[in-house]
Design a protein around this ligand. Sequence first.
Ligand SMILES: O=P(O)(O)OC[C@H]1O[C@](O)(CO)[C@@H](O)[C@@H]1O
Length: 555
Amino acid sequence: MSSLVVQAVGAAADAVDRHLTQLVQDEVASRLFARDATLWGEAAESEASIRLSWVGLARSSRPLVGEIAALRDQLRLRGVSRIVLCGMGGSSLAPEVICATAGVPLVVLDSSDPDMVRAALEDDLSVTAVVVSSKSGSTLETDSQRRAFVQAFTDAGIDPTERIVVVTDPGSPLDEQSRADGYRVVNADPHVGGRYSALTAFGLVPSGLAGADVAQLLDEAEEVVDVLSDDDRGNPGLRLGAAMAGTEPLRDKLLFTDAGSGIVGLADWAEQLIAESTGKEGRGVLPVVTPEGQEPTQGITDPSDCTVVVLVPEDGDGDGDGDDDPLGSPDAAPGAAGSLVSVAGPLGAQLLLWEVATAVAGRILGINPFDQPDVESAKQAARDIMAAGSSTSDEPDLVDGAVEVRAAGGDWLPREADGLAAAVEALLAQLDPSTGYLAVMVYLDRVAHADLSRWQSALVERTGRPVTFGWGPRFLHSTGQYHKGGPAQGVYLQVTGTPTEDLPVPGKDFTFGEFIAAQAAGDAGVLAEHGRPVLRLHLTDQAAGLEQVSGAVLG
Ligand SMILES: O=P(O)(O)OC[C@H]1O[C@](O)(CO)[C@@H](O)[C@@H]1O
């Protein structure tokens, strides 16, 4: 019996019934594992033909296990006990969940916020090793973080080539430069896209160096290859993909909640996989990560566009007797949303399961799950802003205390709006009551300001609609694609701040503060070009401004 259990109820169960026969008849599962690039139509074929090696990683990644163990021993002999990972999106989200679940410490630096970068640099460098991960080898955040660490090690009298390990695709600019400079480089499988790379060197190297058992992870994945590649109605990957994308009418918000799965942060990893894979051409499903302790539909007035995704323990209620209902209750109802799917299984198995389900969802939605066409537009806008040398030169629509208020994406801010509270109110009034969602996008130090995520539930209560909470620039590599490429349903609340103390990017003519400001302005610009309402709140004094914004948000 498979360690994976996927159960659907209500509209999600109807979706499974509706699509399973066809998926089995079309031999989608076996063709996927045979790397058939024609599964997503002609337009997707060329990209898919170079992106399907993830189906075989449970076996092909085995040689990495020994290599990682040897490297770990070497670093330990040099006194290393702290691992920092520099990388964005697919290059950091999997190690984050793997290490958190294994209970081993890993510092994930996926930000260009100067305060957050400085905090990572200032901790004990004498015991630190850094993994710099970038598939393309050209992601500006990762390159800037790498430069900062090279400089910091050098300043501390530590040879950076002894402490920095690079993970990248063969032949990337980072690969070539790092080898030339004498760094240790581990190449990843180039035929796997970033968000499908959990079981490549991107997921395994930082996790293994931090102390997670990566061999077990591969074992768990390998154990479910047979069931996931089987053209059978019981295939959990087909069932989950159908539940995610096959509801009619499409319930395009997936409200993730964890009911004691024991896997820490899986939804944050799945969020990128699903949002970046499906949110394009005006279609897609939006993952919404429910804050801990909150019911997923609580506060949502009309959840008829939502499916609840419950991550449950392998054993249902976790009491170890092996015979529980995985939905957590013997007579599990579909929940307030009328559509629910529950998922159980060990982490390694679930990584592969969600990848299969997302690929299946892509086929059902009729999109290419392997590209991210709208991410580049925000990157380009940020580059243009930096080249022009300024990011927030546009005049604010109004200033309220320590908060500059700018409205973009239409003429929705009334002229009589005289303060922050009125501007927030005006933005929220743009939400469609039955299909809309609010995205909160905070470009601040996500460790120091972790408590701001409480805004999410307050805003659900206030608006009656699903709310996503993303830290910039991290979310740009995740839900960022969906916000720009998915259905035009979102309204956006962006928060930026003047850094307490800026930090130069070594060897570049810009600072981290200028960089993150350009990223925020670039993303807002692209959203506005798509006609989406964006309220930009810039804190000229972070502490005072945050107090004001909290007041306006919490009402
Ligand atoms: O590993 P890279 O090439 O630095 O990219 C990081 C992330 O940026 C994206 O390419 C685009 O956001 C993601 O798909 C990817 O995971």
